[in-house]
Design a protein around this ligand. Sequence first.
Ligand code: AMP
Length: 597
Amino acid sequence: MTFSELGVGAEVLQAITDLGFERPMPVQEAVLPILLNSETDLIALAQTGTGKTAAFGIPTIQNLDYSNKNTEAVVLSPTRELCVQIANDLSNYAKYIPECTVVPVYGGASVELQRKALKKGAKIIVATPGRINDLLRRKYIDLSHVRWAVLDEADEMLDMGFKDDLDFILSQTPEDKHTMLFSATMPDEVARIAANYMHNPQEVTIGIRNSGSANVRHCYYLVQAKDRYLALKRIADYYPSIYAIIFCRTRSETQEVASALIRDGYNADALHGDLSQAQRDHVMERFRCRNLQMLVATDVAARGLDVSDLTHVINYNLPDEIEQYTHRSGRTGRADKTGISIAIINLRERHKIKAIEKIINKKFEQVSVPTGMDVCEKQFYNMIAKVEKVEVNYDEINKFVGEVVKRLEWMDKKELISRFVSVEFNRFLEYYRNSPDLNVAEREEKAKIEKKKSKVKHNDVGMARLFFNLGYEDKILPQRLIGLINDTCDNKDIKIGKIDILERFSYVDVDGMYANEIIEAFHGETYKRKPLIVEAANAKKAGNDKKGRGKRNRQDDKAFAKEARNRRDAASPKKKAKGENFAEKRSKKKRRREQNK
Ligand code: AMP
């Protein structure tokens, strides 16, 4: 079908032809006939990058009444970047309809300038929920004549906590308007919004409901948590033309990974909420124009970043909310291109992969982390391909080449190539010489965890004592330990009892029911890059021979008492004196008792 067969009018048709749209994309083919021929509510499940802006934009532009100046359409989008992009797209589609004024309003920019723009007239307002809410309350905007409302990326808006804003904004629009909801996924929250605000909506699904793009391969690498960064480096080295977003869970992790990559010589930078808007814009622009190869980002910061030809999306850590995975992976494989979504996981995250497979309706492939040799081989051939493709400015370099040819005459062809390649290649060979295999040998790892678990003992109140190889030396405090347990275990409600922190290790009493879960969760984890050991506090004792057992345990207790004394003495000289007095009295008593015997 052509755009004109779908009912697109002459002015818009000319505008999209100018943009180079030749044929409608699937979401447009599905949505345009519905919206152009009837004024119905509509739910469209489609990913970003599928052409949905034109799917809702064209009918909106065509259906407005240009005989008055009222605002008749409002488009809500989760981020400033997306808001600006939609407003630009709509202005382009409405290029030949001068009365169709499109005004974007979003946070982080001058309210005054936006007020002035609105005052000149806004047939369509494209807005982020927070800012339009603000402008509505200041009475700079009147939505009482709205006939079309679009909720774009509804799942993202709810995810970002805009539910109350949406309620307020929609309450300011007439009951009988038409509402269009676009979302990549359909979690319950979005379904609830649809039920509350829409009347008998038609539903259109592009691709499989809640699924990822068909062009995306989903892969995972199974490594120890401590090897996550090394695995990332291998991936980056194995794909020299990589153009990727690397998703992290927190701002600090994002900064840490980006800084490490920069330090190690990669073309990478960070994008997260601790940066100012100007810094974020700068990083995004560098990434958009490919001055940056790898962007390390949090989910929130990456929203609205519209880049359509990523080669990879890398989940450095899987998101806490697994639905978020669809948004991440949907950033690659766009506009008929193929892409790879990679998850770097450890053993205990396997269940997350299973849960995601259910959502995206696709299987993940387990892929081996390339070995050092694999990387070297790939880099070598990549270099050769570059040599084959490189453009040579003979005129400019001829004057030097003649001299060099004479100088290197004594080398044969093979020697010459080997030497030239080695200039660049030696650093890879050096780095990867004797590099370890990062792939987790699954069975062995499971056996190790089971061994640790089997040693857990419960006391009479159902608590179990765990050993952590973290102590004062690691600047760990009880609150941090509790936080660490909560962060590492998905279960956030574990009862924790006595905590003894010593110089180099700690003991923590935990609800016995969860002891195994905690041991498993910490297996292979790191704390500030230190590999963690968490096991039953008596594990060492049980593991020793009969003679050593009690001794080892008593030694632990003695060490504990000694460290506790040292800490007390360092903290308070008064207590030290009291302690010495007490020890003196106790030994006098002991001596007297022995004399009396
Ligand atoms: P969207 O999902 O609306 O952000 O669109 C993704 C990209 O596809 C944008 O760069 C659009 O300009 C482009 N696009 C949308 N519709 C078409 C079409 N029918 N033909 C070619 N490109 C399109």
